[in-house]
Write a protein that binds this ligand. Structure first.
Ligand code: T1G
Length: 696
């Protein structure tokens, strides 16, 4: 019988005859926090000194071997033993260490494994070095040992992409020595016995030679310069791998120095914040309520949004019924769904057989009555309150008790829509973003009478669709569009005051946005904002400054890409500013009596971001968003906010709340209606707190 010895809360040792096993058990993902690191060192020390032990098996309990260093420790003062030292201790162990890998062995977890003397993976294992997605690089020897096992080019590919590599590819690349099926403990035990009886050849990775590959280094230097010029760590990743051509100790020292440079970069903080934002938003107050089981989903409306939502639900495995008002519209919707699925085949997300099986789960109708069996129905028709209320009334009469009704409205009052039914507790908003089968974000809009079970069902659906569901209260535009409506005005005010729309786009693209606001409007279609402004013309406050440039461009029939011109010209050989738009801009400046002035990129970014931060603060203050991190997640995953900046309120903490207040007060001198300091911002600054303090 194996003798088990507890090293600490998360590390245990078992002795089985001439071999011993080290077991890590640190749920949920065996992150290499302090206890794991200290436990590993103590276990290796003890077993190396134990004369009975001839070989050591290393494995982890739970769903995965170590999934990396403990990200929650980043930014805090490091505590000994550091992971690089733990990794070197394992490699220097006089007894062979055989590592059994399962789940998603990532970052520091793979670095621990690469320091072991033999690696056995399970068939469904995936390995990776994703530190770059956190603004870092593998800092525990990964940039030195991966090239020794798999060559520089494979190491560069893994370290600059952060991709998860399946077991078979890892074996072929030399990162694994074997693939065996079975429980990690049994694999580690059998592997250690094989090592003790020399049935397998163990080796010290650090002693292996590295074939310098200047061509690969040149390729990746060029690739990073072209693809991510504004990011810090990808370039450091390449330089760290380049150091692998030098003796191990020198290479490790170079890696350490580059790791610290990344650790100190603000991009690391932004990217780590984005990592946690993606996960923290799922912590809804209603998350423990029982979600309704969903099998068949109805989608009303076969337009861009409806067909995208239907595609997302089909790809997630649901049976879907698409409903449209006419056969022609229905056929258009079905054709779009089919095209979307073809796109998924092209992207390798689906094979031909999968496409057929997926389409087999799609049926369609021109009557809402056909949705009687649906567990959930998502309405995605055009933005008209009367039409939506009529549809919800019909759904109320059609659906079985307990079924859930959702609206994909981007702006309209979900409370008013819910009131059009006899069961408002079963109504919520599910606001998808176009293209709905691609965009990660879904705003889950909780109306005043929405039941916790209904919210929990919305959250469960978002998870099943592999989307990021963010909880929002009911207000005009919920979280994202409310912010966009506000910060977009800051861009229009700078436009009228003298900045050219190309300058504003360039400045914000320099800040990290994939596309500036005027290019985004041209892509989305200027007519969408136009109809929104027309709908709100009567309720616009008299003292609000109004810039009619976009209206004038639309009145001229220019809606952006879809009409070939908007702020910019589109079509063959085009792409520059639209002279017509520039002429309209000049006319509107003259009409407003504006003497145009110049704006630096810094000022453009400062005004745009300050406007965004101000409205984001009000969205938290009004309780529309639960926490600041929810607002950050909405902008990150739905509005192209640069991930390395972490989101508007993370950014606010970086520039300092006093500075944000100073800016608003400065700008308020020219427009006190638009530039107002939110009470919450003053309170936090007054108490010396930050938005991070509100994230819990
Ligand atoms: N540290 C701390 N917590 C972690 C964690 C980590 N590395 N990985 C996951 N969690 C938490 C996560 O926040 C969530 O918590 C729960 O675990 C489940 O995660 C020196 C410096 C492993 C593929 O980048 O990619 O090693 O929200 O919801 O979808 O070179 O988590 O429940 O409270 O994501 O099944 C490198 C990051 C670190 C891997 C599982 N490693 N993790 O996905 O579950 S840097 C990574 C993931 C490093 C060294 C360097 C995924 C996953 P909560 P989840 P999942």
């Amino acid at each position: 019988m194996a003798a088990t010895e507890t090293i600490n809360d998360v590390v245990q040792v078992e002795r089985e005859g001439a071999v011993a096993l080290i077991r890590i058990d640190n749920p949920p993902v065996n992150a290499a926090g302090l206890a794991v690191r200290a436990g590993l060192v103590d276990a290796i020390d003890a077993l190396e000194a134990d004369m009975e032990v001839k070989a050591i098996g290393l494995y982890a309990a739970g769903r995965t071997f170590i999934a990396g260093a403990d990200i929650r420790e980043f930014g805090k003062p490091p505590v000994d033993p550091w992971l690089p030292d733990v990794v070197n201790r394992i490699e220097d162990c006089a007894k062979p260490v055989v590592c059994a890998l399962h789940g998603t062995t990532l970052g520091g977890g793979l670095e621990v494994a690469m320091a072991a003397h033999y690696r056995i993976g399970t068939p469904r294992l995936r390995i990776g070095l994703p530190e770059v997605s956190l603004g870092l690089l593998p800092g525990a020897g990964g940039t030195q040992r991966a090239p020794r096992l798999a060559g520089m080019r494979m190491a560069l590919d893994m370290i600059t992409s952060g991709r998860h590599v399946p077991a078979q590819e890892a074996l072929e690349a030399g990162l694994l020595d074997e693939i065996r099926d079975g429980a990690p403990r049994e694999i580690a035990l059998a592997g250690a016995r094989d090592a003790a009886e020399a049935r397998i050849e163990t080796r010290r990775t650090g002693d292996l030679p590295v074939a310098p590959d200047e061509a690969a280094l040149a390729d990746y230097r060029a690739k990073m310069a072209a693809e991510v010029p504004h990011l810090f760590s990808p370039h450091k990743c390449v330089e760290a791998v380049a150091a692998a051509a030098r003796p191990l100790a020198e290479g490790l020292a170079e890696e350490r120095a580059l790791f610290h440079a990344c650790q100190d970069s603000p991009q690391r903080a932004g990217l780590v914040h984005a990592f946690f934002a993606e996960r923290a938003v799922a912590k809804f107050p209603e998350r423990d309520a029982e979600p309704r089981e969903l099998k068949r989903i109805g989608v009303i409306g076969g337009g861009t949004m409806g067909s995208g939502i239907a595609t997302a639900c089909l790809l997630a495995g649901y049976d879907v019924t698409l409903v449209e008002a006419s056969t022609e519209a229905l056929e258009r919707g079905l054709a779009t769904v089919t095209k979307n699925l073809d796109g998924a085949v092209t992207r390798g997300k689906l094979d031909a057989a999968g496409r057929e099986a997926t389409l087999a789960r799609l049926d369609s109708a021109t009557e809402i009555a056909a949705l009687g069996q649906a567990d959930l129905v998502i309405e995605a028709v055009f933005e008209d309150m009367g039409v939506k209320k009529e549809i919800f009334g019909k759904l109320d009469a059609t659906l079985a008790p307990g079924a859930i009704m959702a609206t994909n409205t981007s702006y309209l009052d979900v409370n008013e829509i819910a009131a059009a039914t006899s069961r408002p507790e079963a109504v919520l908003g599910l606001h998808f973003f176009s293209p709905a089968h691609v965009m990660k974000l879904v705003e889950i809009v909780v109306a005043d009478r929405t039941a916790p079970e209904t919210v929990a069902t919305g959250l469960a659906l978002a998870k099943k669709l592999r989307k990021i569901g963010v909880r929002s209260g009911v207000c005009d535009g919920f979280i994202g569009n409310r912010l966009m409506q506000h910060y977009r005005k800051a861009a229009d005010y700078m436009l009228l005051d003298g900045a050219h729309f190309q300058e504003i786009d360039r400045a914000l693209e320099g800040f990290g946005f994939a596309m500036g606001p005027f290019r985004v409007s041209d892509l989305a279609g200027l007519d969408i904002g136009w109809s929104y402004r027309k709908r709100h013309a009567d309720t616009r406050p008299a003292q609000e400054r109004y810039v009619p440039v976009a209206d004038r461009i639309c009145e001229a029939g220019m809606f952006g890409r879809k009409t070939g011109s908007g702020y910019y010209l589109y079509g063959a050989g085009q792409g520059g500013p639209n002279p017509e738009a520039e002429r309209i801009l000049e006319e509107e400046r003259a009409r407003a009596g504006v003497t145009p002035r110049s704006f630096t990129d810094e000022e453009i970014v400062a005004r745009y971001m300050t406007a965004m931060i101000a409205e984001a603060t009000r969205v938290v203050e009004d309780g529309i968003a639960q926490r600041p991190i929810d607002v950050d997640a909405v902008l990150l995953f739905g509005y192209g906010f640069p991930r390395f900046r972490g989101g508007p309120l993370h950014h606010a903490d970086r520039i300092g709340l006093d500075e944000v207040i100073r800016r608003i007060e400065t700008y308020a001198a020219e427009d006190p209606h638009y530039w107002q300091v939110p009470g919450l911002l003053r309170r936090l600054a007054g108490e010396g707190k930050t938005f991070a303090d509100l994230n819990g």
